[in-house]
Design a protein around this ligand. Structure first.
Ligand SMILES: [Zn+2]
Ligand SMILES: [Zn+2]
Length: 326
């Protein structure tokens, strides 16, 4: 074979190889990212605070509702107050079964499907969300039974996809599914149980799922209650994106009663984080302590309010009520 033919084959193979690499879904980096808080304890003008979490995640034109708040109508009212139309959002992530994240799902689906039948029609949740839960003494936990929520949701025509592991929902937008618990974190309550081999053991909320956005600067993490532990979630986000850098941690990370040594270890594991947009069960004291330990300031480590948002490349906007520019 003539040398130039060999070189042509080699060059074409290299071209095809790089084209295949460019199409590798794991390699995609999102460009435009905005996360707007729709449920947490504090609220901007005209909205309502509650113990719960919800956020609208917008990535390169794709809109995703992450959790749905606690009360049936709070996220609906807050979205209206903020002039946010959820009727063109199809995908909903339910981070875990607790009622302060699932409470608005049915109201929102029914209200939005009146405008668009596909609105909020597809729920994604981690494997384990349907597992039966118990109170002490083995009394079935009925207040937050996701099987009940799911039946009402399916009755509206909605479908639910359970995730066994990391899944790319849209280019550069990942759902962790159940997160490997490599660090010994206990960011969950001790009063709900599951049955293992017939015995009651404390529920670790194994389905706890976070949303991870791969960007050119590292991962943006959105988490509901962070029951998997933010150190574990950060580890998972790094593995998913193939990038050790973290841009932002957004949402609840359940550290409101954590001892100081846990906050110190958490900050060490989140070293280099640029933004902490802490909501819900993170706790105000824990947010300020993490701010100090991470070397962040009042612009980059903030207690979120309904209406406040994070935009990649711009940072945290406290919302209309703050009104401070400059
Ligand atoms: Zn929870
Ligand atoms: Zn919660």
């Amino acid at each position: 074979m003539k040398a130039w033919i060999v070189w042509l084959i080699v060059a074409l193979a290299a071209f095809w190889g790089s084209a295949a690499l460019a199409e590798d879904p794991g390699a995609h980096r999102a460009k435009a990212v905005k996360v707007t808080t729709l449920s947490t304890m504090l609220s901007d003008l005209d909205g309502f605070g509650e113990w719960g979490y919800a956020a609208l995640v917008e990535v390169d034109g794709r809109r995703i509702l992450f959790d749905t708040g606690a009360n049936p109508d709070i996220v609906l009212k807050n979205a209206e107050a903020l002039n946010i139309d959820l009727s063109n959002v199809e995908d909903v992530v339910i981070s875990h079964f607790h009622g302060d994240h699932t409470g608005g799902l049915i109201t929102l689906r029914k209200a939005m499907m009146a405008k668009n039948p596909a609105a909020l029609s597809h729920v994604f949740a981690g494997a384990g969300i349907f597992e039966p839960r118990y109170r002490s003494g083995g009394v079935p936990e009925t207040d937050y039974d996701f099987n009940v929520v799911a039946a009402a949701y399916r009755a509206t025509g909605g479908r639910i996809t359970e995730l066994a592991g990391a899944t790319e929902l849209a280019p550069g937008v990942w759902l962790t599914g159940p997160v490997p618990r490599v660090h010994d974190e206990t960011n969950y309550g001790q009063s709900i149980f599951v049955k293992v081999d017939g015995k009651l053991v404390v529920d670790t909320v194994r389905e706890d799922t976070s949303l991870v956005i791969a960007t050119a600067g590292g991962a943006v993490i959105v988490t509901g209650c962070g029951h998997a532990g933010i150190m574990n979630i950060a580890e998972d986000a790094k593995a998913i994106t193939g990038d050790a850098r973290l841009v932002a941690v957004i949402g609840g990370i359940h550290l409101f009663s954590a001892p100081d040594k846990v906050l110190v270890e958490t900050a060490a594991r989140l070293k280099g984080l640029s933004y902490l947009f802490a909501a819900h069960c993170t706790g105000i004291e824990a947010t300020f302590r993490l701010r100090e330990l991470l070397g962040l300031d009042r612009r980059t480590a903030v207690v979120a309010a309904v209406g406040s948002s994070f935009t990649l490349g711009k940072g945290i906007d406290a919302g209309r009520i703050a009104g401070w520019k400059g």
